[in-house]
Design a protein around this ligand. Structure first.
Ligand code: GLU
Length: 478
């Protein structure tokens, strides 16, 4: 059975890159009837961000990714927080020390600092020089027992070797062990570092496929060595391509909001965010862009993930979100909009009226949060026009003629609905000799106050004679 894990460190929010890793793991697990495991890699106690674990899991849940095993979900391979696995690591650390595959290092930070500076001065990459590598075991034990601070380092073979990885995305990747130094695997606070904990946990949790960002490629020789030292078969690996800004720089927090929570708060649907994120590096074999989760599960494979970086295209995400909003059932859309409406002055308005308004707005909404700026048109007596394009058009002489004539026409009829709007506008056209875009645009702008506003027929129907007259009169004054 395949078992894949998402193993974030609780150092911050769930980033779109993390969402993609989790999604690919989950899709692959679901496709193959396997399990998706959430493991918290919290061995770096200094970088823990309060509440991060809940943040991470709740954003996965919001995205529709179900966790089968994890800290709050149970499972027989726990505990799933690394900070609760120190006893387990201790056994393996002892084993590495006993078998001479790791050693205690007592070098002080001053010595290491000095070493690094000297190496840099000579133009070399700073790396540990193996000073404590040849301490006898009894000498090292004595110093440790006497209370001296130490870390544990793994041994990189003295005779350089080429480590080869058959990556599911990249194929064969080879790296020389000589590029790694004797990596610290246990810090002076007794916590293992990522490299040791990840290998032990992936093995003990029976992980079959390790999926992570390509920034971890340089680490695999160390990991493969640890698997060898323990006598374990390594899992399969898939290193995902970077996510890039349109200028091809690495997507990072500094360049705008990339936390999943921000996308949610900005009114993106989980369906569209997940669909969009799936396309960051993966592409289906066909010319299709919109995929539901079940479709993604069916189609997903690592073979179709690219090696090269994937550009994050916000316009594409906006387009997808609009597509998904258009497809929602009206009731569903209304429910999803309610939390956004509740943050406006129109919270508590009659749900039936809101429903009619939402129906009119649905084809145009790009994000749920846009509803905030769209409601004043329906509820304010004198809604304000802020769209510069609208103001420009309404200030034109031609527009004023159209609106004045429209007012005259509407005053002469009993009711204004979508059914007689066309005839009335024909009259306006005949009397003003203005037609086409120049005829309709002023009216549309006067009534919707928005250059990308909702369908004019629907809105005229909802507003009726008095409100349309009022809006047309107001527009004359702009
Ligand atoms: N804790 C690591 C991270 O947050 C996980 C890397 C891995 O999946 O092995 O990036």
């Amino acid at each position: 059975m395949v078992r894949l894990r998402f193993a974030p460190s609780p150092t911050g929010y769930l980033h779109v890159g993390g969402l993609r890793t989790a999604l690919f793991c989950w899709l692959y697990a679901r496709k193959n009837g396997g399990k998706f495991i959430f493991r918290l890699e919290d061995t770096d106690q200094k970088r823990i961000f309060e509440g991060a674990e809940n943040q991470l899991t709740s954003m996965l849940e919001w995205s529709g990714i179900e966790i089968d095993e994890g800290p709050q979900y149970g499972g027989i391979h726990g505990p799933y927080r690394q900070s609760e696995r120190l006893d387990i690591y201790a056994q393996y650390i002892r084993l590495l020390l006993d078998e001479g595959n790791a050693y205690r290092c007592f070098c002080t930070s001053e010595r290491l600092e000095k070493l690094r500076n000297e190496q840099r001065k000579k133009g070399n990459t700073p790396r540990y020089d193996g000073f404590c590598r040849n301490l006898t075991k009894s000498e090292a034990s004595r110093r440790a027992e006497s209370g001296e601070d130490y870390v544990v380092r793994m041994k990189i073979p003295e005779v350089p070797e080429t480590m080869v990885l058959n990556d599911l995305i990249r194929g064969i990747v080879s790296i020389e062990t000589s590029q790694s130094e004797d990596q610290v695997i246990v810090k002076s606070d007794g916590f293992p570092t990522y490299h040791l904990a990840v290998v032990i946990d992936d093995y003990l949790m029976k992980i079959t496929h390790v999926v992570r960002g390509e920034e971890w490629i340089p680490s695999f020789p160390k990991h493969l060595l640890l698997y060898r030292y323990f006598g374990w078969d390594p899992p399969q690996f898939a290193h995902l391509p970077l996510i890039l800004n349109p200028d091809r720089s690495k997507l990072s927090k500094r360049q705008g909001d990339v936390a999943v929570e921000d996308f949610r708060n900005n009114g993106f649907l989980p369906e569209s965010l997940v669909n969009f994120v799936a396309m960051l590096g993966w592409s289906p074999g066909e010319d299709k862009e919109l995929f539901t989760l079940p479709e993604l599960i069916r189609e997903f494979s690592f073979e179709r993930v690219n090696k090269s970086g994937a550009v994050f295209d916000q316009e594409k995400l906006n387009w997808m979100n609009q597509q998904y909003i258009q497809k929602l059932e009206l009731d569903d859309l209304q429910q999803r909009l309610n939390p956004f409406i509740n943050k406006t002055p129109y919270a508590g308005k009659d749900q039936k009226i809101l429903r009619k308004i939402i129906k009119i707005l649905q084809p145009r909404l790009v994000t749920l949060s846009e509803i905030r700026n769209r409601l004043s048109l329906f509820f304010e007596n004198n809604p304000e026009a802020s769209d510069p394009e609208v103001l420009k058009v309404l200030r034109e002489e031609n527009s004023k003629q159209v609106l004045a004539n429209f007012i005259k026409q509407v005053e002469s009829v009993e009711k204004l609905t979508k059914d007689n709007l066309g005839d009335l506008m024909k009259n306006v056209q005949n009397e003003t000799k203005i037609k086409g875009k120049n005829l309709w645009m002023p009216l549309r702008y006067a009534i919707t106050l928005d250059s990308e506003g909702p369908d004019l027929n629907l809105i005229v129907d909802l507003f009726g004679k008095e409100r349309c007259l009022h809006l047309a009169r107001s527009a004359l004054k702009f």
